[in-house]
Design a binder for this molecule. Structure first.
Ligand code: PHE
Length: 337
């Protein structure tokens, strides 16, 4: 019986036939059960002998079945694994990825450069009082120099700030005459301009202000040179052109060598090799005085740059409107910068 069962077992290859075989030999109606059930009819001498043999046979068949069972499960598992394998060499689907807006990226870069020189970052409101936007900057009501910045007025006393210079005043007031003042102020500003490739009624400025004892024009120049060289590379040069702002004296507009045209002229610098990036100057004594700093003891410099300009020059962007229209074909080019 044992040999017959083990022989049959060899031919079994799947769980179902294995189970049939188990029922056939070890089940309630199987031959072994029958033998064990008939034990009572045997003599006292026969019973232990037959019992032992029957148990041995049962154990042997049971073991055989167990081993076969293990073998089959293992094989079935392997087959399943093989069928369900994932081809990890298939290229995945790339999730579309957002990115920092190029303007914010450039603001962060500029902040990093100035923070590296010991400046802190200040912010102020976009809806500003006439006093901070103009009067405290030496631009009294009805002064013709106000025409330099076409303004969106909200009321007679409230307007959309036309530049970030009011943050100078707010910071000086908060500092209550303490020095040094060493800040940059990024933010949005508004002007009544018709939008075109180089003008936008909303744009971004970064203001800088330093006040201390013995601050000189050469400090302004050195600071700005350091800035443009970190921004555009070590070969970058600047030039200062005399200019006018009511809140600085003397004043200068600052040009930088055009990084986009590499000397042969291009659309961005209009073939000149230079492009204006900011206005600057020594803080006007009247401005210092109005904000609580004694102009006989302290001096300072200030500058205000257009961030879109800086970014256009850095990345060769030829239309300021790209920054505001959120066209993904434009924005996606900056995913990896
Ligand atoms: N506020 C000036 C402007 O927007 C720029 C500027 C800032 C000039 C600080 C001088 C000093 O045009």
């Amino acid at each position: 019986l044992k040999l017959e069962a083990l022989k049959e077992l060899e031919g079994v290859n799947d769980s179902k036939s294995l189970n049939d075989l188990r029922v056939k030999y070890l089940g309630k109606k199987g031959p072994l059960t029958e033998i064990l059930r008939g034990m009572g009819k045997l003599s006292n001498e026969e019973r232990p002998v037959i019992g032992q043999v029957a148990n041995e046979v049962r154990a042997a068949i049971g073991n055989g079945i167990q081993m076969k069972q293990d073998e089959i499960s293992q094989r079935e598992l392997e087959n399943r694994l093989k069928e369900e394998t994932i081809d990890i060499t298939l290229p995945g689907r790339k999730p579309s990825q957002g990115a920092i807006h190029p303007l914010n990226k450039v603001i962060q870069d500029i902040e990093d450069i100035f923070v590296g020189m010991g400046y802190t970052v200040e912010e102020g409101p976009e809806v500003e009082q006439d006093y901070y936007n103009f009067e405290a900057l030496n631009l009294p009501k009805d002064h013709p120099a106000r025409d330099m910045q076409d303004t969106f007025y909200i009321t007679e006393e409230l307007l959309m700030r036309t530049h970030t210079s009011p943050v100078q005043i707010r910071t000086m007031e908060a500092k209550k005459g303490e020095v040094p003042v060493k800040i940059i102020c990024p933010g949005r500003v508004y002007r009544r301009d018709d939008d075109d490739a180089t003008h936008s009624h909303v744009f971004t400025q970064i203001e800088g202000l330093v006040i201390d004892k013995n601050v000189r024009m050469s400090d302004l120049k050195g600071t700005l040179l350091q800035f443009v060289q970190e921004m555009y590379g070590k070969d970058t040069q600047i030039r200062l052109r005399p200019s006018f702002f009511p809140f600085t004296e003397p004043s200068a507009e600052v040009d930088v060598t055009c990084a986009s045209c590499k000397g042969d002229g291009c659309r961005i610098c209009k073939q000149t090799g230079w492009i204006e990036i900011l206005g600057s100057g020594m803080v006007h004594p009247r401005v210092l005085e109005m904000a609580g700093y004694d102009p006989n003891e302290y001096s300072g410099f200030a500058f205000g740059m257009g961030v879109e300009r800086i970014a256009m020059l850095k990345y060769g962007i030829d239309d300021i409107r790209h920054f505001f229209t959120n066209d993904l074909r434009f924005l996606n080019q900056f995913v990896r910068i």
